[in-house]
Design a protein around this ligand. Structure first.
Ligand SMILES: [Cu+2]
Length: 427
């Protein structure tokens, strides 16, 4: 017979053991994998836990976890990193686990997450889990919800994922500096029921921006709006990988904005609907068709569409300055200015003087001008018909027939059927 006292003793002993296990669990840190490459990594199929269709992080990767007593354990390391912005330019940034942005955290609604955060930065930090409903003490605002994580310290965040959707993580400590240096990442919480809003291809990335002076490597952290690198996941065109999609696929693109201004994101070739925000899924009756979605600062938007037309479809921010590489803005407009006669006079003083801009700026894309080291050209990228004259927030969605479901390889340029390309009228 078990007396009440025995029962209490056994249960408190059990509790004590559980507490020990938890402490021991916390003592052995999960591995913290690191990524050196800025190339889009293949989707990370879940090795355990509930099944789901994994996302593709544009020019990024998903952080592996370990399962421990029903908890998914992740280990993020906040640290200085080197990020290739596009071929020809590397920036000294701060990020997580070797890259900026940090790896995507993927999990399932109902999962319990334990996230270890080790600080290897020269100053304190925290992580705020943007859009996630969690206990107040896990919200990550330094000074308000927790002490700051000092250099060398590891903190543990524990919470249950109460809703599915798309979220972000970033520091809530010396925020202006740490976000200007590239500290951020995406969080994707898949629905518990895999039949809820399934898609064939699921992409995620963050909009971010940097101000790196030509010839230098480290962003200027006090810039408020006049950034010169407008990036997706800390990459500019032509460094942003294409979104490779099969003809007829149902596609979702999840985008979060952690810059200092809004970005009207415009996709050619399809109509889409906003199906999810960082606040949750949008009911069908509340959606409307769009080809551009404006993403305000601190917002996350997921759009969905059927990729029903093969081709190379441009996908870009519609602020034209954001599809340019580093440029000065204090430049007079030269369109219509007749330089004839003037150049030969200036050449007597400055032999290398060159006239630019009197017909517009397209000449810049064709010109091979010497640039300071570690500087990207302003208008760049070549397509099958010539210079694309883009930089910054631009890439291409490549819709192709007959792709295998796991094929994300760049298929090359689209070969348009004869008679379907704009042509010159000749008299
Ligand atoms: Cu923009």
């Amino acid at each position: 017979m078990v007396t009440r006292r025995d029962f209490l003793r056994t249960s408190s002993a059990a509790f004590f053991v559980a507490a020990l296990v938890s402490k021991a669990g916390a003592a052995s840190l999960p591995e913290a994998p690191s990524m050196q490459s800025a190339v889009t990594q293949p989707p990370h199929a879940p090795p355990n836990g509930r099944p789901y269709n994994p996302v593709v992080t544009l020019n990024g990767w998903t952080l592996p976890w370990r399962m421990k007593n029903g908890w998914k354990e992740y280990h993020l390391i906040a640290e200085p990193v080197k990020r290739e912005i596009a071929p020809g330019m590397v920036a000294n940034l701060w990020g997580y686990n070797g890259q900026s942005p940090g790896p995507t955290l993927e999990c399932v609604e109902g999962d319990r997450l334990r996230i270890f955060v080790t600080n290897k930065l020269p100053e304190h930090t925290t992580i705020h889990w943007h859009g996630i409903l969690l206990p107040n003490g896990m919200d990550g605002v330094g000074g308000l919800n927790q002490p700051h994580i000092k250099p060398g310290q590891t903190y543990v965040y524990e919470f249950e994922m109460k809703k599915s959707g798309t979220f972000m993580y970033h520091p809530h400590a010396d925020e202006m500096v740490q976000m200007a240096m590239g500290m951020m990442g995406s969080i994707v919480v898949h629905p518990k029921d895999p039949r809820f809003m399934p898609v064939d291809r699921d992409f995620v990335f963050l909009l971010n921006a940097y101000d790196v002076d030509p010839g230098s490597y480290t962003p200027k952290i006090n810039t408020m709006t006049d950034f010169n690198l407008w990036t997706w996941n800390s990459r500019t065109f032509p460094g942003i990988d294409p979104l490779v999609v099969g003809l007829g696929d149902r596609v979702r693109i999840r985008m979060g904005n952690l810059t200092m201004t809004n970005h009207p994101m415009h996709l050619h070739g399809v109509d889409f609907e906003v199906t999810c925000t960082d606040g949750g899924w949008v009911p069908k009756s509340a959606r409307w068709p769009e080809v551009t979605v404006d993403i305000a600062v601190g917002q996350m938007r997921a759009v969905e569409f059927n990729a029903n037309a093969a081709g190379d479809w441009a996908f870009h921010c519609h602020k034209s300055h954001h599809t340019m590489g580093p440029m000065g803005h204090n430049v007079p407009t030269m369109i219509g200015v007749d330089h004839r006669g003037l150049v030969s006079k200036i050449n007597q003083l400055v032999p290398a003087y060159m006239v630019m801009g009197e017909r517009g700026m397209a000449d810049m894309a064709e010109m091979e001008m010497p640039l300071p080291e570690n500087t990207l050209p302003m208008m760049t990228g070549r397509g099958p018909y010539g210079a694309i004259e883009m930089g910054g927030m631009f890439t291409v969605m490549k819709v192709r027939e007959g792709l295998k479901s796991d094929d994300y390889k760049d298929p090359g340029w689209y070969k348009a059927p004869p008679g379907t390309v704009a042509y010159e009228h000749k008299t």
